[in-house]
Design a protein around this ligand. Sequence first.
Ligand code: NOJ
Length: 562
Amino acid sequence: MAKQWWKDSVVYQIYPRSFMDSNGDGIGDLKGIISKLDYLQTLGVDVVWLCPVYESPNDDNGYDISNYQSIMKDFGTLADWEELLKGLHDRGMKLIMDLVVNHSSDEHAWFVESRKSKDNEYRDYYIWRPGQDGHAPNDWGSFFSGSAWQYDEQTEEYFLHLFSKKQPDLNWENPKLRQEVYDMMKWWLDKGIDGFRMDVINLISKVPELPSVVEGNHDSYHFGGDYFMNGPRVHEYLQEMNREVLSKYDIMTVGEAIGVTPEEAALYVGEERNELNMVFHFELMDVDSGEHGKWDVKPWKLSDIKRIIKKWQLELQDKGWNSLYLNNHDQPRMLSRFGNDTVYHKESAKMLATLLHTLQGTPYIYQGEEIGMTNVKFASIEEYKDIETLNMYQEQLAAGKDVDSIMNSIYVKGRDNGRTPMQWSSDRHAGFTKGMPWISVNPNYEQINVEQALQDPESIFHYYKKLIELRKVHNVTGYSNYRALMEDNDRIFAYIRSNNEEQLLVILNFTGEPASFVLDEDIRYQRNTLLISNYDAAESEDIRHIELRPYEARVYKLLKKQ
Ligand code: NOJ
């Protein structure tokens, strides 16, 4: 596959509200991020993805944008942002911005106009429909509970909002709207940014008739994904965006794509298709969701994780590029979810990191992951801030569910798990703010924090640093083939990555129990070198058979037999 800078990069995701507060108002800000650029450089990441920093009433923490070309006051000014961009570029790092154009805020000037009258020139920037006999236009549910439609008295019509009612969906059928979006993108690109992460970009095209999932149903809401995921014109829109904007710059793009299969993903990222560079898929993130969705928690199985990863590695091989992530601002902490955040805190964090950095694709590290931050358990719902969580809580309470079981699902899946302040030190509020943090700090900050991690040569942080360096030296981590090993084993996840020059053997024990690794007989090599491991291991050990310790991870380079 063609070499590209973004294929050789490791991305670090910043959720600005929770990263670093510089002015004591309890909310992270741009100057706070600027004060930590040397830290990011020490870690060795190449690209920073900044979650939305635009003006916003914060119904969904900045994913409800009221002005795409100005900075949220809580975060600072455009001058601060310019300084951040320069600070990154001066250190050889790049910046990608979040692009949220499936919807805007209802406080965006376009929507303020749009709702005024049916003949307003901005009416068609959003998706308005008359009701049906006093009911919403269809039975779609919102991702954040309740109906996806909101009635507006002024013009006696409903508008569509797949997320909160303060996030009306933009109407991509309207060419004027599309042009405005492209102009806005160019405005940021001309300022020198290096790309975009595109929020729910596979939802921008809806089936125009907006059919109900169950016709004639007015009593319950349904997931209307068939009518808006990978909709009829999405590829046409992205190809247009690529032609008009993306192709004119040397940038990277990654689209968040809910519900895509690898076959569909190839249509977004296929190298000859001129759409996007990568997508974030959700298959792995849904591995512990039951039939009623994410809050219906079921235990994950290693066999599913192995199957999903293998499928994505093989399906996109030679076609397109993967994105690799195990958590972000919408997901629980990976260590609490897939590892062991108590007894094997360090070991399991390093094991998961090894997986993340040895597959085909670009790894995305979410702030705090590199020090092993964990999920949080706040005692009561009052401490939670996330709109999705709060709406779900009310909905389930109204449906008669008991508080304990609702709280349990929040502990396992709630988005605030990933949004507690970054733990910089053992100082008050983890050194995140001098004021009162907007959301409580995880009480484990005295043990888990950056200051401690930097001092400890065996820390998770230093392991990440080493993994990032390895990726730079060994091309094979990115560009190469994937072969699964020990596929039926329910403890070990092992695979080979190989190209013409190199061969990597990755062995991961995914459990807190010992496990026996046996190398397939047909794999021949002359010599092996241990590149990285999370326990001490003797170089001379025979790797045809290894007794792995709990959460042990090893990566070997195998010198091929000629
Ligand atoms: C996905 C974002 O990552 C999430 O935080 C947000 O709530 C929704 N899209 C809506 O913008």
